[in-house]
Design a protein around this ligand. Structure first.
Ligand SMILES: C[S@@+](CC[C@H](N)C(=O)[O-])C[C@H]1O[C@@H](n2cnc3c(N)ncnc32)[C@H](O)[C@@H]1O
Length: 447
């Protein structure tokens, strides 16, 4: 939907401010983030702009601040965040109690934007997913960095900040390349040859963007018609279903329904929910042949099921996309008290030295698999080389191992995530919650 043109009037100019928020408690760098924020504030003030520069350590503090600004009739001409970020945007809290807004919560944040407002995220990796999402949801031009940020005494070319003095200018510097602190990057910095990564700009889109699997739904369904091609994941899930019980299973992010179909011999009935109409069309074909299965569309963390009606909820390769806290509350509602949640998902984490044997075993099996299932691999190639796949991935990033593991283990104390497969930059994490009556809301607030 096109945004109506907004006119800059005198009242707007009078009441518009630049809001700079920074964090000091999440990981290292707190004092420098303050210094970066204050440098930015001085520069903006010197241009005659009204600036508010505040440390905001918790999500709730930002929500409160925005409400106050709105109540005071102040508008934001610019919003700046200075601090750490995960792929889903700014990190709040501390490493013990990390917090991040879920996409659902972000949609509900009420920023009192002035016309032609802009939002800048001075933090690592904010361009791949977060800034474009923010631009779409908040309808403001947003900026982020594709790679990592570091501190520099100069904004455009890296200069070592030297001994910290609170009033020296300091900048969050977009450092191009995969590693801001690797050997190559360090060398370039030392010889003064590292130019800053330019901001990536994202405009609010006039048209709604389809971020789902819809465009590749048919190819996806053809590739994963038989879910047992995901050998390790399927074996783990099957092994963690309670035996000898009449089971009603919910599959969240069910895709084309092939998991429930493959688990049918162990189930009484199954319900799949998914956001993609395209994939649900494929899943409904599975339901036509298997009346114990049904599939529904969901859009957000609401499940079309009665309270305490499900024995096991499964999320296979879809947990990363969900609004974690609100969805977990909803899952706790629909699961029976002795029911459980099984999550299997891909997460990012570089391989460690001790994992090399497991990595080599995985690679070897993968190589053997390619020979055993040439048809599957040819379909997989068609799927991942389709332009719709790259488009979908742009809007659906995978999460870090630390994020997902911390989150799940904090909500079900005493339960540990397992790693069932290792890649060079990724892992397959598997988590069995045990009886969900042990669920604890927890202090960490990742999405
Ligand atoms: C990698 S696919 C996995 C599908 C299926 N579980 C499988 O293993 O074949 C991820 C699935 O999550 C679904 N999904 C993404 N965001 C979702 C959301 N917010 N709510 C429900 N499903 C979602 C996608 O439509 C897609 O079907």
């Amino acid at each position: 939907m096109a945004t109506p043109p907004r006119l800059l009037d005198e009242r707007q100019r009078m009441t518009s401010i630049i809001l700079i928020v920074y964090t000091t408690q999440y990981r290292k760098g707190g004092a420098q983030f303050r210094q970066v924020a204050e440098t930015l504030a001085r520069e903006k003030r010197s241009l005659g702009m009204a600036v508010r520069c505040v440390a905001v350590e918790r999500k709730i503090a930002l929500q409160t601040l925005l409400k106050q600004l709105k109540g005071d009739g102040q508008l934001l001409a610019e919003f700046h965040f200075v601090g750490h970020a995960g792929i889903y945007g700014p990190m709040w809290g501390s490493t013990e109690y990390p917090e991040q807004f879920s996409p659902y919560e972000l949609r509900q944040l009420e920023f009192p934007w002035a016309i032609e407002a802009k939002a800048y995220f001075h933090a690592c990796r904010t361009a791949p997913w977060f800034a474009p999402y923010f631009a779409r949801q908040q309808q403001v031009t947003s900026y982020g960095y594709h790679w990592y940020t570091t501190f520099s005494a100069q904004p455009d070319r890296y200069r070592f900040p030297g001994k910290q003095k609170p009033h020296r200018p300091l900048y969050a510097f977009g450092s191009p390349g995969r590693k801001s602190h690797g050997w190559g990057a360090t060398f370039k910095k030392v010889i003064g040859k590292m130019a800053a990564e330019p901001w990536k700009e994202f405009s609010p889109s006039a048209e709604p963007v389809d971020t789902s699997y819809n465009e590749v739904a048919k190819l996806y369904a053809a590739t994963f018609a038989d879910i047992t091609v995901r050998r390790d994941e399927f074996a783990w899930l099957r092994g963690h279903l309670p035996q000898d019980a009449v089971l009603r299973v919910l599959d969240v992010g069910c895709g084309n329904g092939s998991l429930l179909k493959a688990l049918l011999p162990q189930l009484d009935s199954g319900v799949g929910v998914d956001v993609s109409e395209g994939l649900l069309l494929q899943a409904k074909k599975v339901a036509e042949e298997n009346p114990q299965l049904s599939f529904y569309r969901i859009e957000g963390p609401t499940l079309p099921l009665p309270d305490h009606s499900v024995d096991v909820a499964i999320s296979l390769l879809s947990f990363r996309y969900l609004d974690w806290d609100p969805m977990l509350v909803e899952l706790m509602r629909v699961l029976k008290p002795n029911g459980k949640l099984l999550v299997v998902d891909m997460v990012t984490a570089p391989v460690t030295l001790s994992e090399y044997p497991q990595l080599l075993r995985s690679k070897l099996r993968h190589y053997q698999d390619r020979k055993r299932r040439p048809e599957f691999y040819s379909k997989l190639r068609q799927l991942v080389t389709h332009p719709g796949w790259a488009h979908m991935l742009k809007f659906n990033p995978i999460r870090s191992l630390r994020e997902m593991q911390t989150y799940l283990e904090s909500r079900f104390p005493g339960r540990k995530a397992e790693i069932i497969n290792v890649g060079l930059h990724s892992r397959i994490l598997a988590f069995d919650s045990g009886p969900v009556s042990n669920y604890q809301p927890g202090s960490t607030q990742y999405p």
